[in-house]
Structures are given as structure tokens and as C-alpha cells.
Design a binder for this molecule. Structure first.
Ligand SMILES: C[S@@+](CC[C@H](N)C(=O)[O-])C[C@H]1O[C@@H](n2cnc3c(N)ncnc32)[C@H](O)[C@@H]1O
Length: 240
């Protein structure tokens, strides 16, 4: 039943409204300055780079020359169609791959840079996506992110919680109220730079935004290593 509903959604709203109108929906905030923020978050990108949840490719014009190989990934068929149109005649050579952030068809330690804008709000669970990002990054490699997040003001956060159910369907499974900074802090990546900002001209409930850079540490973070160890000990002691 859920599958049927999702199919119907993808064939109607998902295709014609969410993917079909995505650039039009964002035109106002891009014009108010989101476009500059895209350029800002991508500025440190270099080397072999992969973007996750690329959508219609709004980041594409902002990749710096230091990026020498660019792979764009996107799992959602209606978005992939839009992305194909946009990349077809683009001057930068890019490779388009249909994949979700949780399972990337690349070996461990393959990328210098992983970039993603506004996807941790949409993936079903951010943790597997962050683990996969860490896996495909070289040690010392960087994850560049731009995300709208849970508002620090409890009154606005409460509004986000109320709006969430409807927003989820409007925004193709987007969550406007996720505590993404906390999720990143608890991940195995190390936050190197974090800028708390606002999505210019956006509605209050999707206004809080962060831009930043996290790195795959050369040695695992102490808290994450300790938790992995305790799991290992628990497994050793397990009678099951
Ligand atoms: C809010 S849109 C952002 C699109 C684009 N990154 C941008 O900045 O305009 C969220 C994107 O995440 C994609 N997405 C959904 N589930 C995903 C997953 N499991 N892994 C990666 N991307 C996913 C959606 O298809 C959509 O393109």
C-alpha cells in the first residue's frame, strides 16, 4: 500500500510539481542570496569530488577550478531527468550516477571532497548517509555541507514540529525540524568549520541554515572509537 502511494506520488506531485517546479520554487531564495551561499560552501572543494542528492543541479555553476573530477549523484528518477537536461550541454565535464547517499558505488577512501546541499533534511535517516560519506572520503578528506536545520529558538522549533507533517509531503519527504548539527557532531566526522546563517528570504520554519566543512579524521574520533569498542566487547560477551 505504502509502495503504491509512493508510486502514485512520484508519478504526479513528485514528477510534475516537486522536480518539475523545483527551480521555480527556489528562484526567489536563490535570487535573495542562496546562490551566493552555494558558492561559499563549495569554495573549498578540490580534487576528485562527488555531490550527493544533486537535485536539479543548482550547485553546478559554483564548483571551483580546483575540482578536477566531478561526479553528481541523485536517486530520485524525476530529479535525475531534470539533472540530465541541465548537464547535457554544460561546459564542465561531469558524470551522472543514480545513487542514494547511503550506498555509493565507490571504494573506501576514494574522494577528496564530498559535497551536499539540503539532503540531510530529506534522506530517511542521516546516520547511514554520514557513515557512507566517511567511508568514501580519503582520511583527511572533506565533506562540505549546506543544510537547513532545526531552529535554535524553541518557539520557532515548535512551529517546525507542527508544520512538519504537511511539509514532509509538500517537500518530497523533507524534514524541516531535524537537529542536523547535533547529528553531525555525533558522527564519526570532525566538524572543522561551521557557520550558522539564514536561508535568505525563506519562510521562518526553513530559515535556519548551516554551512560548513567536516573532515574524515586521520584516526577515528575518540567517542566513536570508544562506542565501536564497547559494541565489540558486547559482541564478545554475547551468548547469542
Ligand atoms: C531539497 S532537495 C535538494 C536538491 C539539491 N541538492 C539542491 O541543493 O537544490 C533534496 C534532494 O535529496 C534527494 N534525496 C532524497 N533521498 C535521498 C537519498 N537517500 N540520498 C541522496 N539524496 C536523496 C532528493 O531527490 C532531492 O534531490
Amino acid at each position: 500500500m505504502a509502495n503504491l502511494l509512493k508510486k502514485a506520488y512520484n508519478a504526479t506531485w513528485g514528477k510534475y510539481v516537486f522536480a518539475g517546479m523545483y527551480d521555480k520554487f527556489l528562484a526567489k531564495v536563490e535570487g535573495y542570496g542562496l546562490s551566493e551561499k552555494r558558492a561559499e560552501f563549495l569554495k573549498p572543494a578540490y580534487g576528485r569530488t562527488i555531490e550527493l542528492g544533486t537535485g536539479t543541479g543548482l550547485n553546478l555553476p559554483h564548483y571551483p577550478d580546483a575540482v578536477d573530477e566531478l561526479i553528481l549523484t541523485e536517486p530520485y528518477a524525476p530529479m535525475v531527468m531534470k539533472l540530465e537536461e541541465k548537464t547535457r550541454n554544460h561546459p564542465r565535464r561531469v558524470q551522472l550516477v543514480v545513487a542514494g547517499a547511503e550506498k555509493l558505488p565507490y571504494p573506501d577512501g576514494y574522494f577528496d571532497t564530498v559535497a551536499a546541499a539540503m539532503i540531510l533534511c530529506t534522506v530517511p535517516d542521516p546516520q547511514p548517509a554520514l557513515r557512507e560519506i566517511e567511508r568514501v572520503l580519503k582520511p583527511g578528506g572533506q565533506y562540505l555541507f549546506l543544510e537547513h536545520v532545526r531552529n535554535k529558538d524553541p518557539k520557532v522549533a515548535r512551529k517546525q514540529d507542527i508544520i512538519q507533517k504537511g511539509w514532509y509531503w509538500f517537500g518530497n519527504e523533507c524534514h524541516c525540524n531535524r537537529p542536523t548539527v547535533q547529528t553531525l557532531q555525533n558522527s564519526s566526522l570532525e566538524i572543522a568549520e561551521l557557520q550558522e546563517t539564514k536561508m535568505p528570504g525563506a519562510w521562518e520554519f526553513i530559515e535556519a541554515m548551516v554551512i560548513g566543512r567536516a573532515v574524515r579524521p586521520l584516526t577515528p574520533k575518540a567517542s566513536v572509537a570508544a562506542s565501536a569498542n564497547s559494541h565489540a566487547h558486547a559482541d564478545e560477551n554475547c551468548d547469542c
